[in-house]
Design a protein around this ligand. Structure first.
Ligand SMILES: [Zn+2]
Length: 341
């Protein structure tokens, strides 16, 4: 299927919230990882979201170039080209972008979409995240409202964050004093400000003890009931139409019961990065340990070209990531839910 257009993406989000499932939103940094996600989603018959972080985009442009915008465009164009060969819908999204990187990342990508739309071409990305969680809430929302007005004109979905996800992602470390639990009062303010931009679509990453990176089971103290409290408060104040579409960040190592409770409270997108990184590297490490004297020229020998051809282990990594995507779809109750027929 082609990359989901705005109408299809909105329908995806509506179906997920109605059906109490969520889309795996997987960070990719290369052709191999993008292809792996498409394969995994197709095998799970689940639609999904492919996303690029600032660091991932810089990486994708090449270590000598390190151009965030170029790398993001390059990955998005690849996905636009190959997605048509897979029988599911994917949306394209950019991950965490703090206020001081908007000018270097999200805004040039929105301009690129505006140029494409003016030329009658599809949007480059389906949605972008602005992460203003390091700012006071009122400043966070001032920026978000301005973005949302521009996004509405361009059929783009905005993701924002209120509260801070703990841990470290892409080299950005949350401070120990960060606010790990969003309050109903915060989310009421989010709804009051953003719902004033009528007809626009946004997703809210609310925090309920989530932590980026990975911890042993039991170390992540999630409180999904916080999401229920926020939904109840917003529906009581602004009506059913204001019910949030929520995003779950920092869920690696979470208990399945907590994940399912979060889905019951309106989580429609779950970001998965760390677990995919491990699935990729696990498969590569396995190959290297098993064929040590094939990948290396040991004791004057010549190694084994079949073993050190990067395709041999990258295709194993692709299969392993695809398998992990299928597992994620299963955990998020998304298996078999594709809109593609
Ligand atoms: Zn995140």
């Amino acid at each position: 299927m082609p990359v989901a257009d705005h109408a299809a993406y909105c329908e995806m989000l509506d179906r997920a919230r109605r059906g109490r499932f969520a889309y795996p939103a997987i960070n990719v940094t290369s052709l191999t990882t993008a292809n792996a996600v498409l394969r995994g989603l197709a095998e799970a018959r689940s639609d999904g979201i492919i996303q690029v972080s600032t660091g991932g985009a810089a990486f994708a442009s090449g270590s000598a170039v390190k151009d965030l915008v170029l790398g993001a465009i390059s990955i998005a164009e690849h996905v636009h080209r190959v997605a048509e060969r897979y029988p599911v819908y994917v949306a394209l999204h950019t991950d965490h972008c703090p206020a001081d990187k908007l000018e270097k990342f999200v805004l040039p990508l929105v301009e690129e979409t505006e140029r494409r739309r003016a030329a009658g071409r599809p949007n480059l990305f389906s949605s972008h995240m602005f992460d203003g969680s390091a700012l006071p809430l009122s400043e966070n929302l001032d920026v978000a409202v301005k973005l949302l007005e521009r996004f509405r004109r361009n059929d783009l979905v905005l993701e924002i964050e209120a509260g801070v996800v703990g841990g470290e992602e892409d080299g950005v470390r949350a401070s120990a004093a960060a606010k790990l639990y969003t309050t109903p009062e915060d989310t009421l303010e989010v709804a009051r400000r953003l719902n004033a931009v009528e007809g626009a679509r946004y997703l809210l990453a609310a925090t309920f003890g989530n932590v980026h990176g990975v911890y042993k089971p039991g170390h992540v103290k999630l409180q999904p009931s916080i999401l229920r409290d926020c939904q109840e408060a917003v529906v009581a104040t602004f009506g059913e139409a204001a019910r949030f579409y929520l995003v779950f960040h920092g869920g690696s190592g979470s208990d399945l019961r907590d994940i399912h409770e979060a889905l019951d409270h309106g989580v429609v997108k779950m970001n998965i990065d760390t677990d995919m990184q491990y699935a990729f590297t696990r498969a590569v490490a396995d190959h290297f340990f098993r064929s040590y004297d094939g990948v290396l020229k040991v004791d004057g020998e010549v190694g084994d070209k079949k073993a050190y051809d990067p395709r041999s282990y990258l295709s194993r990594a692709e299969a392993a990531v695809a398998e992990r995507v299928k597992q994620a779809a299963e955990e998020l109750r998304a298996t078999g839910t594709t809109m593609a027929r």
